[in-house]
Structures are given as structure tokens and as C-alpha cells.
Design a protein around this ligand. Sequence first.
Ligand code: NDP
Ligand code: GDP
Length: 325
Amino acid sequence: MKTTLITGINGQDGSYLAEYLLSLGYTVIGLLRRSSSPNLKRIGKVIDKITLEYGDLLDEVSLQRIFKKYPIDEVYNLAAQSFVGLSWEQPIYTSDVNAMGTLKLLEVIRTTSPKTKFYQASTSEMFGMVQEVPQNENTPFYPRSPYGVSKLYAHWMSVNYRESYNIFACSGILFNHESPRRGNEFVTKKIINAIKKNEILRLGNIYSKRDWGYAQEYVEVMYKMLQQNTPEDFVIATGETHTIKEFVETAFAFTGEEIHFEGKDLDEKGYTKSGRLVLEIDQQFYRPAEVNLLVGDASKAKRLLNWEPKVKFNELIEIMMKSDE
Ligand code: NDP
Ligand code: GDP
């Protein structure tokens, strides 16, 4: 039976990955930051089957302690300050956690447990101002936010620890993936929540395009990457891209109402058929720099990992609209 350490276990992906690895018979250890109020909701289903260890990516002594205590076969490094918008408000903190935190973890592995396999949660945000469409493993990077830059540092460190020290390190370059467990500040969850609560939706740029997949499927491919004979990096995506505006329209359709837009750009207003105002464009949600178009080519994952996504845009929205989570 294998033992895994999941950093970010109580996040969206960590919670699905914990469920998945438990179903495969793993012993699951989760790294948890101490919080003054409960933050275990996402792992409620599995809380009795996992072991939580207090620690923080910023505190390598806490990581060393965990590596001393358990024989860890695989680490999934999902912990991060994961919200792009906040990364302009807290660029240093974002870099400390996402970049230096990952380096600290890699150093602990290199010095105390070099046979441990390592998964790094890389991101399509590293492509930023995209240099080609669609983006694959060979597309040059051009990050457009402190988040993207911090993740690119961690990505290249993972590659370097693989090449320099023979650490079995894989980076999954995952495009946006959502679920009912997505953080409330991300645009998909924000849209779904507002529609469900009948609240006015206040959004920034509704013309950027994202390749949205389903988080529950995406965590399975993280596992698959670490079961290969040789460590490699993979793009994980659906290959479809849609605007935020399309997401709003499609989610609304599930309520039986349609949304109509009038005016353009900053004056854009969204009304339902019955004339109710449901969307307002709000300057505060615009970003200093935008990633306009993300669409991934996951053919390498299909070829080598026999993985492809089943849930696409409409079904993803349906799952999110219908969930009680
Ligand atoms: P979440 O924001 O839902 O989860 C982040 C997790 O990291 C939480 O458990 C959080 O704990 C933990 N964390 C944050 N800072 C620290 C720290 N200093 N030490 C220890 N733990 C910490 O993210 P997702 O599950 O959506 O994403 C998982 C990973 O994948 C992230 O690295 C993200 O950047 C990356 N990614 C996500 C994509 C997506 O579309 N979801 C796309 C591509 C990459 P706490 O509850 O205490 O805050
Ligand atoms: P990201 O791709 O990781 O940045 O995921 P987000 O869900 O945070 O943002 C996706 C896109 O939605 C970006 O282009 C944002 O600029 C755009 N967007 C428009 N309005 C909002 C909003 O109110 N909140 C968020 N989070 N994003 C918004």
C-alpha cells in the first residue's frame, strides 16, 4: 500500500484527489494550515479516512517533520495562493507560497527522501499572453500575473530537480478546472452562486476565453502522471474554449430563463427575458493585465496516459448548477 502526502488537501483539487487515492487503497496524509475557524468542509466525506498534519509550505521544518514521520511514496503539491486576482494585491506572499514554498518542498525531498515522486500543480496561466493556439507542452510561456510568474518559477524548479537530481518530478499544466467545490471568488462559481441566489452578478471582463474542465476528472490524471516509467510534463485541457459571457448565458439557460445583453463593453447590461437586471459590469473586477484566450491541446496526455476529459462545458455547468455542495 502506498503513502501519499497531499499539500492543499482541503482545497478543491486536494479534496477530490484524496477521495480518488483512497479509492485506490492509498494511505493519505494531508498538509493542513492551522485556521481559527473550521475549513474542512470539502474533505468532510473522507475526514475519518485520512491523516491531517499541521504544516505550511512556508515552513520547511514542518515539511521535514512530516517526511521523518511517514515513508512518503508520492507528493502532490497542490497548495498555493491560487487566485490570480489576489496575486496583484499580494505579489510577494503569492510568490513566497507558490514559488519559494515549492522550492522548500523540493529541497526537503532532495535531502531527506529523494525516491519520493513529486507532482507539481502547474497552470495554463503560465502561457498568459499566448504565443500559439492551442497551447501544448512546447508552447513558450508568457505569464501575465504575479500568480503566473510564481507558478512558472515552481514549474522550472520541478524540471530542474528532475534533470539535476533525478527526482521523479512531473508538472501537470492544467487548464482551468471547476466543480461545485471551486472557491467562491473564481468566476464560474461566482456566476453559479449569484444565479442560484437570484442576486445581481457583478463581473469584470466577460470577453476573455477559458478552457474549462471538471476538477474531479482532472485529479485522476495527476495520479496517472506519477505512474509512468519516466517523469514528464503534460498539458491537461478539454480543447474547447468559451467566453465568460457564454458561461453566464449557458448557466442561465438551466434556470429556464434567457439572458439578453444590450449596450457594449463597459455599458454591457444583462437582463433576463422578464426584464430583471441580473448582470452588471463592474470595473473593480478588471485585472491590470488579462489572459485573453486559453485553449489547450491535451493530445500528449491522450497518447501516453490514455486520458481524455469526458465532461465538457455544458455538462460542467449542469453539474455546478445542480449540486447542493
Ligand atoms: P484551492 O485554492 O482550492 O486550494 C489551495 C490549497 O492550498 C488550500 O488547501 C489551501 O489551504 C492551501 N494552501 C495555501 N497556502 C498554503 C500554504 N502556505 N501552506 C500550505 N497550504 C496552503 O486551489 P485548487 O484546488 O483549485 O487548485 C489546486 C492547485 O492547482 C493550486 O496550486 C492551483 O494554483 C493549481 N491550479 C489550479 C487550477 C484550477 O483551475 N483550479 C488550474 C491550474 C492550476 P487553506 O484552506 O488553508 O487556504
Ligand atoms: P483564472 O483563469 O485562474 O484567472 O480564473 P478566474 O475564474 O478567476 O477568472 C477567469 C476569467 O474571468 C478572467 O479572464 C477574469 O478576468 C474574468 N472575470 C471577469 N469577471 C470576473 C470576476 O468577477 N471574478 C473573477 N474571478 N474573474 C472574472
